[in-house]
Design a protein around this ligand. Structure first.
Ligand code: ADP
Ligand code: SF4
Ligand code: MG
Length: 354
């Protein structure tokens, strides 16, 4: 680890967590990503100018209401967005490789080895007619020149790593013989089988009960620590974010509206949408019985976005220019804190001497 950047960061008043992050190599770097779909009502930007990065050994949480573009962003990152969805701008660097300039063959070779994705529904992601051992072995043998016997041995070791009891015996079981939580562990075993540098977990625990959710997150965090891979955790659960993430990107209507480290996001959110999100979702770090307020209104239709801020119709801090000016993601008060809200630039303009 070099300390060159660390001194400068400390001088800027950043905490040691941010300083150590500066020292880890960035393994996923997304810049200005745009993904569009043509509809009868014109083109819609499902992903609009998204920029984010994750360093080795760190966890980026991605939050936002359903339909805000979280899944589409990462399907685009893996080159597996539905055919109707076209990436029309931006750059995606994965382990230093340019994803959008890669051939389908190169992308296939990167999946599993450089990046893996785990989805919400562990049942549909596994093939019901093959044993889990066969499915894990297939992942291994598609990329490695190993014998069937060796693949089987490695599959047992992988099941052990994801804490499936009696792994050698469970290898010959079919997916339906596993509980939901155990199936998700099998999928995680398949996702880490080839040692990816980035693991994207898309609402990996939504279908599971609360105790199992916590165990799966513990497992993902443990694997991240052991392997030094980067973890992208797409989740609705702000309690999981607080406990497991280093940084957070808040999505709204296809854009990132706030991006910073976990502590400042929870202590001083700099976007009214994030504040509303905190008020609308139960949090384990708050006293039980804290009153929840659902966010009034609905997200805008992506084919007919309003000209100004996409959150304006639902925002209780709205001012006149919010419906005409589009807020960009720019620095807000606090170190490394970005917000796409006109409130902060307005405040800065009011405070500066005229
Ligand atoms: N195959 C598709 N074709 C066109 N639009 C889609 C398709 N799949 C999803 N969408 C739209 O893309 C937007 C973003 O979806 P998604 O990334 O799945 O949101 P999230 O993961 O945040 O819930 C939504 O408005 C959704 O309706
Ligand atoms: S730009 Fe205006 S409408 Fe949008 S979130 Fe900020 S204050 Fe609210
Ligand atoms: Mg999704």
């Amino acid at each position: 680890m070099t300390h060159e950047a660390t001194g400068a960061n400390l001088a800027d008043g950043l905490d040691t967590q941010a300083a150590s992050q500066a020292a880890s190599p960035v393994v996923l770097d997304v810049r200005g990503l745009v993904a569009e779909v043509q509809t009868p009502r014109g083109s819609a930007r499902l992903v609009d100018s998204v920029s984010l990065s994750v360093a080795a050994g760190k966890t980026l949480a991605v939050v936002g209401e359903s339909g805000s573009g979280k899944t589409m962003t990462f399907l685009s990152v893996l080159g597996i967005a539905p055919p109707a969805v076209r990436v029309t701008a931006g750059q995606v660097l994965l382990g230093g490789r340019d994803v959008l300039a890669s051939t389908p063959e190169q992308l296939r070779a990167m999946r599993g080895t450089v990046v893996s994705m785990v989805f919400q529904d562990p049942l549909t992601a596994l093939n019901p007619v093959f044993t889990v051992g066969t499915q894990i072995s297939e992942v291994l043998r598609a990329h490695l020149p190993i014998s069937a016997r060796e693949a089987r041995e490695r599959a047992v070791a992988l099941l052990e790593r994801v804490h499936i009891p009696s792994p050698a015996r469970r290898l010959d079981d079919y997916p339906h013989q596993f509980s939901g939580g155990m199936r998700q562990r099998v999928l995680i075993a398949m996702a880490i089988a080839l040692g990816p540098r980035v693991l994207i977990a898309d609402e990996p625990t939504t279908a599971l009960d609360v105790t199992v959710q916590a165990q799966i997150l513990e497992l993902l965090t443990q694997l991240r620590e052991e392997t030094g891979m980067a973890l992208v955790l797409i989740t609705h659960d702000l309690g999981l974010v607080a406990r497991h993430a280093d940084d957070v990107a808040v999505f709204y209507a296809g854009r990132i509206v706030e991006r910073t480290a976990v502590d400042p996001l929870f202590a001083e959110p700099r976007h009214p949408y994030t504040t509303s999100l905190f008020r609308s979702i139960p949090r384990l770090d708050e006293a039980p019985g804290t009153k929840l307020t659902p966010i009034a209104g609905l997200p805008p239709n992506l084919t007919a976005l309003p000209p100004g801020c996409a959150f304006a119709a639902r925002c209780d801090m709205r001012a006149d220019d919010c419906t005409t000016r589009r807020p960009e993601l720019v620095p807000a008060p606090g170190p490394d804190h970005l917000s796409a809200c006109l409130y902060w630039p307005r405040l800065a303009a009011d405070a500066s001497p005229s």
